[in-house]
Design a protein around this ligand. Structure first.
Ligand code: NG1
Ligand code: MG
Length: 387
């Protein structure tokens, strides 16, 4: 892969100079959904698919981008001076946003770059292709210019750029998992203080299967911001009766005691999801550590029900995939993953049942929805770095 990409780079941008290669994975969240902006826990892992970047410094202030995923767009030219969001929303908004964010955080980029990107994460699938591009850009900048930033800071800068440059008010989960991933481990991250712990994901007799609904998120990003606002309002209402900083601080019992302070039934459901999902995530990691994969799977299923009924971010496509999955033999757990509204589901499926799972769930989905889902059996890989 690296060799082919280096060849492509010199074909597009010419030979010479110090050409370097980098990789940032995609991620899948196993449990802990819509908790990362509520001071709760998440449990994502990095994948072995992701975004490759080949980069070289220039002697001027120009930027030249080329993506093998959008070859029709050709070389996209811009400059380090006056980095601005492109309303046509081409993919360069992600690397440009990170370059802008480095400047905002006091890391002045001295010269421009030629950058070639290639991603093998299915686009818009909910496996975080955008955060993967952000983090790989951060790693390029750190390495090419010797900036003194660690991987957690790169994740935070990526999130900052997504919030302020691209206008999606996302939490830290994606960028953190991608920057800090570890082979065969998931990251149990407390988004309240960014403390984290690696938990081994060694599924001896099962696989992680992603089903991509091929339903693009579309309005999802605005709905995402809406959920975020609903949780913020619910928190402010609870704060009138209890001194907390985030919904993630509450246990289920504590929530039941104070939920009356939330003035709307809809906001009560949203907050309930945030609190219960956080507690489920804590329990799921305990179950995994105790080798109780069965309980882990049940908690995944309960997570989906809560996202469907209380948080209302699933939709017919994701519900069809998950409900079909629950009926199959050898399915330990299945749920939507990521923001929802489209995107994908994650299932843990016994080795011997994977083939039938893909066939049967795929069939039911196509019959009901009218187009196909794509399936990926994934592996848990390393976080971002130079390759
Ligand atoms: P995805 O589906 O990858 O966009 C989004 C947020 C996360 C998190 C999840 C829900 C972005 C970039 N990321 O993930 O921070 O809040 O939804 O758990 O929007
Ligand atoms: Mg995204």
């Amino acid at each position: 892969m690296k060799k082919q990409l280096l060849e492509k780079f010199t074909e597009i941008f010419g030979e010479g100079g110090d050409i370097r290669a980098y990789f940032a994975p995609g991620r899948v969240n196993l449990i802990g959904e819509h908790t990362d902006y509520n001071g709760g826990h998440v449990f994502p892992c990095a994948l072995t698919i992701g975004t490759y970047a080949i980069a070289r410094k220039r002697d001027d202030r120009e930027l030249r981008f080329y993506s093998l995923n959008f070859e029709k767009l050709g070389v996209i030219e811009t400059s380090l001076d006056g980095l601005a969001y492109n309303r046509n929303a081409d993919w360069t908004n992600y690397p440009k946003g990170v370059m802008w964010a480095f400047g905002e955080k006091g890391y002045q980029i001295p010269v421009g770059m030629d950058i070639l990107l290639f991603g093998n994460i299915p686009n818009g699938s909910g496996l975080s292709s955008s955060a993967s591009v952000e983090v790989v850009t951060g790693v390029v900048l750190k390495d090419l210019f010797g900036f003194d930033v660690n991987m957690i800071e790169i994740a935070l800068i990526g999130q900052f750029s997504e919030n302020k440059f691209n206008g999606v008010n996302c939490g830290i989960m994606d960028q953190f998992a991608i920057a800090m991933g570890k082979k065969d481990h998931a990251i149990f991250l407390d988004t309240a203080d960014l403390s984290y712990e690696y938990a081994p994901i060694v599924l001896k007799d099962a696989k992680i299967v992603i089903a991509s609904s091929n339903k693009k998120r579309g309005l999802g990003d605005s709905k995402y911001n809406e959920r975020r606002t609903e949780c913020e309002t619910a928190l402010a209402e609870i704060q009138k009766v209890k001194d907390i900083k985030a919904l993630g601080e509450l246990t289920e019992e504590e929530f039941e005691e104070v939920k009356g302070a939330i003035q709307s039934p809809v906001r009560q459901k949203r907050a309930k999801h945030a609190v219960y999902e956080n507690q489920r995530t804590i329990k799921a990691v305990e179950a995994l550590k105790a080798n109780n994969i069965q309980l882990f799977g049940e908690l995944m299923n309960a997570s989906h029900v809560s996202l469907r009924d209380d948080y209302e971010v699933t939709g017919i496509e994701l519900d069809t995939l998950v409900e079909a999955a629950w009926k199959q033999e050898g399915v330990i757990g299945s749920r939507m993953t990521g923001a929802g509204f489209g995107g994908c589901t994650v299932s843990i499926v016994k080795n011997g049942n994977v083939e039938d799972f893909i066939k049967e769930v795929g069939k039911e989905y196509a019959e009901k929805i009218g187009y196909y889902a794509d399936f990926y059996v994934v592996e848990v890989g390393e976080g971002a770095g130079r390759i």
